[in-house]
Design a protein around this ligand. Structure first.
Ligand code: TPP
Ligand code: MG
Length: 336
């Protein structure tokens, strides 16, 4: 199986379904995530980030394409590979970087770190370290949307490694039974830590996993922003119309190790290089923009702006104070 495999079930884009302005915005958002993650990797190497840290590099088109199909009030929940989701949801680079470095100005006041950040304002509900647990919480968020009589949807992201967890199937059942507006997004990057999906899953067609409960599913080329966006629009329309949950399997790839300590023995360097060279989601958008007449200078200017935002976030984080020990027991619970 390959990232963005184009087989019979994979939906790729049939030409640009986004406007040039949307592609430009997507480019900026994706470059922000990539540069931010590179900087986080650097700060980790310098000992400024403690604990776990899972980078999202390579998977940027998934969150950015989905976010473009959402509106204010829609809710997002994900796993520990969460920095991309936060930035796509509109959380600030400063607040996320400060949290990564354990500072009082971070989203969890420096007490949550990489895996435990939240923003009620941006409807981002974490950041969860227990594999698969966020899926059951995600249908709870969808239940709240329905109970309150809104047409808001909830997005529950999880990985290929989480996809065969029992609670994921329990969530499919409850979501289908109660017609909950939940979009299940499997980010299939082909590996759970160091185990390939080929070795861990009897089914390699995860988009079909909701079939017993009648949950419609689609496999999508997750390296193609337009394909992601188009599929997300369809899933969102389905949920907003009260038709119940929807499952999207995004074929994607992570370039870096599972976390910051990764033996890198479970895949060949050539495999990673090949995806980088031929399937990179940012290069893909860049090419579309260049082909549509946008000049290199405009793209460079976007890149420079992003670099400034990321550098500023690192500076802000490093000059922010650590939390006061008196805050140890505050912010443990929040009325939702
Ligand atoms: C319940 C549980 N079991 C095991 C782990 C250890 N663990 C952390 S991440 C991971 C792999 C998950 O892979 P996947 O769902 O594909 O997500 P990805 O890391 O690829 O984004 C495992 C087994 C855990 N955190 N929680
Ligand atoms: Mg995975």
């Amino acid at each position: 199986m390959e990232a963005g495999t184009n087989n019979a079930q994979t939906t790729g884009s049939n030409g640009p379904s986004l406007t040039r302005e949307q592609f430009l915005q997507a480019y900026q958002d994706m470059v922000l995530i990539r540069r931010f993650e590179e900087k986080a990797g650097q700060l980790y190497g310098m000992g400024l980030i403690g604990g776990f840290c899972h980078l999202y590099i390579g998977q940027e088109a998934v969150v950015v394409g989905i976010q473009m199909a959402l509106k204010d009030g829609d809710k997002i929940i994900t796993s520990y590979r969460d920095h991309g989701q936060m930035l796509a949801a509109g959380m600030t680079a400063r607040g996320v970087m400060a949290e990564l470095t354990g500072r009082a100005t971070g989203y969890s006041h420096g007490k949550g770190g990489s895996m435990h950040m939240f923003s009620r304002e941006k409807n981002f509900y974490g950041g969860h370290g227990i594999v698969g647990a966020q899926v059951a919480l995600g249908i709870g968020l969808a239940f709240a949307n329905k109970y309150r009589g809104t047409d808001e949807v909830s997005i529950a992201y999880f990985g290929d490694g989480a996809a065969n967890q029992g609670q994921v199937y329990e969530s499919f059942n409850l979501a289908a039974l109660h017609k909950l507006p939940c979009i299940f997004v499997i980010e299939n990057n082909l590996y759970g830590m160091g185990t390939s999906i080929e070795r861990a899953s009897a089914s390699h067609e995860l988009w079909r996993n909701g079939e017993p409960w009648g949950v419609p599913g689609r496999r999508v080329d997750g390296m193609d922003i337009a394909a992601v966006h188009e599929a997300a629009e369809e899933a969102v329309a389905h949920c907003r119309a009260g038709k119940g949950p929807y499952l999207l399997e995004m074929m994607t790839y992570r370039y870096r190790g599972h976390s910051m300590s990764d033996p890198a023995k479970y895949r060949k360097r050539e495999e990673v290089d090949a995806v980088r060279k031929t399937r990179d989601p940012i290069e893909h958008v860049k090419q579309i923009l260049l082909d549509s007449g946008v000049d290199e200078a405009s793209l460079r200017s976007i890149e420079n702006d992003v670099k400034a935002v990321v550098n500023d976030s690192a500076e802000f984080a490093q000059t922010s104070p650590e939390p006061d020990p008196a805050e140890l027991y505050t912010d443990v619970l929040l009325e939702a």
